[in-house]
Design a protein around this ligand. Structure first.
Ligand code: ADP
Length: 404
């Protein structure tokens, strides 16, 4: 069974075609700058040179058409006809409280996704466009939505509610939802496997540290708290997002800088975080270089990031009554040797002992704590695509049995 995994952003589309009989990636690639004259299309299959083209691409539908043509192309393709795509799995950012699991897309689900878009106006519309484009081009192929929020639906009310009038929650759905759920779930499952344990016996703190970053407390396989909230803006200081700030700062800045809410919102999302503090970049590699050359604000940005991750780990150890394993994933979590070292420096009171030698690793599943460390520390590269493909297989296989 072949599953096409699709992840649509506002001007991007990433994809993987996965053979679910052996979970092998047959081809993968992405479109960037969709809507522009010089959109970039890259496509790669494991045994061949990467294809890269720059061409005008109007919208997601056109990108999908190009993608399907390439998948069956004599030179760059991997399947002989579109009939060999058995199902499509879509990453959808926000499922609100409507979706605690992945779901087969039906007209009713589409309506619910539109509803969810009201609280995720930045993130859900491109996901919906991607689904509509697939439906238009592949009307007979079942499609599944896999939500970033679903894994966190197990959080208890004391963790997900904000101290606002209760009606903000009941009438408007204002609560913590959390994101990166597919990634947190994957690394939690994988680290349990690597430790030879069941998730039900573990207290896991999962640190997804990329351009967007979040930490999750996972007890007995269930997310019980996470640092992102109503939107992906809260929690840790990130590449360009501010993370947690006193909400009273927003009207204060609107007044002092004479800006609208939308202008401040754009600043909090795009000009803040380690970019805003360092004034150098949102890319941790560039910030590290600047810090090494003596740039104090670059060093401060790194210190703030490490401090906030460390303090969140401490908070989550407290809410779980301890921790058995801390796992690092995503761009910085997988590759940031110095970042992991700095974050763990000071966590020894929990029983963690980082092994400097073992920590000298990038992008590989590795235990990086010393032999016998009471609390283990692992690096586990994330794989959201395989989780989306597995859920798509699970949900569509039961359909085949029912003669869908
Ligand atoms: P996204 O949230 O866009 O998916 P990624 O998970 O790809 O982000 O992470 C991107 C971040 O990872 C960038 O800030 C980049 O600096 C960081 N990163 C990548 N490689 C390294 C590295 N070797 N050391 C430190 N940071 C790294």
């Amino acid at each position: 069974m072949n599953v096409l995994v699709v992840n649509c952003g506002s001007s991007s589309l990433k994809y993987q075609l996965i053979d679910m009989d052996n979970e092998a990636v047959l081809a993968k690639g992405q479109f960037e700058k969709i809507g522009a004259e010089d959109a970039i299309f890259t496509h790669k299959r494991p045994d061949a040179e990467k294809l890269e083209r720059v061409e005008p691409i109007l919208d997601h539908k056109q990108a999908l058409k190009i993608l399907l043509d390439i998948l069956v192309d004599a030179e760059f393709g991997v399947i002989s006809s579109m009939d060999e795509i058995d199902a499509v799995g879509h990453r959808v950012v926000h499922g609100a409280e409507k979706f605690a699991d992945s779901v087969l897309i039906t007209p009713a689900v589409m309506e619910a996704l539109e509803e969810c878009a009201k609280i995720a106006p930045l993130h859900n519309p491109p996901n919906i466009q991607g689904i509509e484009a697939c439906e238009a081009i592949m009307p007979k192929v079942p499609q599944v939505a896999v939500f970033d929020t679903a894994f966190h639906q197990t959080m208890p009310a004391e963790a997900f509610l904000y101290g606002l009038p209760y009606e903000a929650y009941t009438e408007l759905g204002v609560r913590r939802y959390g994101f990166h759920g597919t990634s947190h779930k994957y690394v939690a499952q994988r680290v349990a496997e690597l430790m030879g344990k069941h998730m039900s016996d573990l207290r896991i703190i999962s640190c997804h540290l990329g351009n967007g970053s979040s930490v999750s407390a996972i007890k007995a396989g269930r997310s019980i708290d996470t640092s992102m909230g109503f939107t992906p803006l809260s929690g840790l200081i990130m590449g360009t997002r501010c993370g947690d700030i006193d909400p009273a700062i927003v009207p204060f800045l609107m007044d002092k800088w004479d800006m609208t809410y939308h202008e401040i919102d754009a600043i909090m999302n795009k000009k803040s975080g380690v970019l805003g503090i360092s004034g150098v970049s949102n890319d941790f590699r560039v910030i590290e270089e600047a810090a090494e050359e003596g740039n104090k604000r670059a060093q401060l940005a790194l210190d703030m990031f490490h401090y906030k991750v460390r303090s969140t780990i401490g908070a989550y150890a407290a809410v779980m009554g301890g921790v058995d394993v801390i796992v690092f994933t995503a761009g910085i979590g997988e590759n940031g040797i110095g970042n992991r070292d700095a974050i763990c420096n000071g966590l020894e009171y929990l029983g963690t002992r980082l092994d400097r030698e073992r920590n000298n690793v990038r992008g590989k599943e590795t235990e990086i704590s010393v032999e016998g460390s009471k609390v283990k520390i692992f690096v586990v590269p994330t794989n959201e695509e395989i989780m989306i493909a597995r859920d798509t297989k699970r949900i569509t296989s039961s359909l085949v049995m029912k003669n869908w």
